[in-house]
Design a binder for this molecule. Structure first.
Ligand code: ZN
Length: 459
């Protein structure tokens, strides 16, 4: 029996691990590579294994860099079940549909240009139909319940506290009387957050496959982060402009809404109109409400309506979104995409970012090369639809809202295993992974492995 690393190996995206034992093959995650055009071109390459021979998939969580190639896997011949948490299934129904829509639009755009050049048309990576078909193969499994998914494969999911439904994947694999317990951290949550539970402790493993996204970084405390938010709202109010918040539709948006709900009075939010300008975020918020049982206990006790504000406007149609553009002051707009690469936030930036009394709140990770990153880095101009727009709005970066554990969180989670198990670091750039490897070695005497894509490890 062995494990192969086919993505998120010495990089963050494209999560994809193949476990082979007892004549069966189980894939853990099947994510898209994200980043520049060279990264994205890798998504169209054939899988480095035969999708027809994959017996089952286990999906850690709904983020596209973990789930986004599942429709492609189906298109390439996979016909097995996808085991995951019910909330992940519900979020994937939204997120894979959106990813497919972007693929279809991208191909349509390319083909307009290709036609003019006399070139043959290209097909999208997959369509909304492929996305819907793969979601039908999802088989929900509750946290803590063990299931024999195949002869020789016993699966248990535990709460990873990263986004709704996110799971630590425990696979007990048996072959010829030998048994190995593999624990995939998936993406581990940032403990102490407002909504979700802290990552579950796992007592034992023979091999831990640990994410390392922020293996080189420490987050600001939650209390300091809330205080920072309050201060910015105060300043923005005296400036009498608008506040724009580019946010991912799943997770960050709901955390923000809940923070607004909880701090409504102390942050003086009654003086603002709050717009959630994203149909996908509105849908994702409804999925959260359906799975409220997954929130941490004190939050659950706050009752239903965690995301409700008396002055919250849900904007679904393009006409509603355009109407917000006419408001000169006093509105807070939450819209996607999270890194300002597309979506409605671009229109709001165009209307507001050149105005000195407006504010932009950056609350999530911004990849290199994106307009969001340019704002974080203090660019004087940003380019939107080819037009250079002067940045005069005040840009604030709130680092403490991360959905990932920081270096302390990762080391603490690993430290709770009995007898420092063998550990493989994945899902991180080498610059983040290498300091974490040193730390695990220094503190626990572990000898972390950091495999390249395509590497294989015998169990
Ligand atoms: Zn994630």
């Amino acid at each position: 029996m062995h494990i192969e690393f086919h993505g998120a190996a010495r990089e963050v995206t494209g999560s994809c691990f193949l476990v082979r034992a007892a004549g069966r093959s189980v894939l853990v995650d099947c994510g898209l590579f994200q980043g520049g055009p060279a990264d994205e071109a890798r998504n169209a390459r054939p899988f480095p294994f035969d999708p027809k021979k994959i017996d089952a998939v286990v999906l850690s969580h709904a983020h596209i860099d973990h789930s986004g190639r599942l429709p492609l896997l189906l298109k390439s011949g996979f016909r097995g079940p996808v085991h995951t948490h019910a909330a992940t299934r519900d979020l994937c129904a939204i997120m894979l549909k959106d990813a497919a829509y972007l693929e279809e639009k991208g191909a349509e755009w390319d083909n307009r240009k290709r036609r003019r050049k006399g070139l043959a048309p290209v097909a999208p990576l997959y369509t909304r139909r492929d996305a819907a078909l793969v979601v039908r193969r999802f088989r929900p499994l509750d946290y803590g319940a063990a299931e024999d998914i195949l002869p020789g494969f016993r699966l248990r999911l535990l709460d990873a506290g990263h986004i709704l439904g996110s799971a630590i994947v425990e696979l007990e694999v048996s072959e010829d009387g030998r048994r190995r317990r593999l624990v995939f951290s998936g993406d581990l949550g940032h403990a102490g957050g407002p909504l979700l539970r802290d990552p579950a402790t796992v007592p034992e493993a023979d091999l831990v496959i640990l994410e390392s996204t922020y293996g080189d970084r420490l987050h600001r405390s939650w209390d300091a982060t809330w205080a920072e938010m309050g201060d910015i709202l105060e300043r923005a109010r005296s400036d009498k402009g608008n506040i724009l918040i580019p946010a991912f539709a799943v997770g960050r948006t709901q955390e923000l809404l809940y923070a607004f709900h909880r701090h409504f009075d102390d942050w003086g939010l009654n003086r603002w109109r709050v717009f959630l300008d994203s149909p996908m975020a509105i849908e994702a918020t409804a999925v959260h409400a359906r799975h409220a049982v997954l929130y941490k206990a004190p939050t659950r006790a706050d009752g239903p309506g965690l995301f409700e504000l008396p002055n919250l406007h849900l904007s679904r149609t393009a006409r509603q979104s355009m109407a917000i553009n006419r408001i000169q002051s006093g509105c807070i707009v939450i819209a996607g995409s999270g890194m300002c690469t597309g979506g409605r936030i671009k229109h709001h930036l165009k209307q507001n970012v050149w105005r000195p009394h407006c504010h932009v709140l950056i609350v999530g990770f911004q990849a290199r090369g994106t307009p969001g990153r340019a704002l974080v880095d203090g660019a004087r101009f940003i380019r939107l639809w080819g037009e250079a727009i002067r940045v005069q709005a005040k840009v604030h970066t709130i680092g403490g809202l991360s959905a990932h554990a920081d270096a302390d969180g990762l080391a603490a989670w690993y430290g709770r295993f009995r007898e420092a198990p063998r550990v493989v670091l994945v899902h991180g750039e080498p610059a983040a992974m290498d300091p974490l490897a040193e730390r695990l070695q220094g503190t626990f005497g572990a000898r972390p492995i950091t495999p390249e894509a395509g590497a294989r490890l015998d169990l």
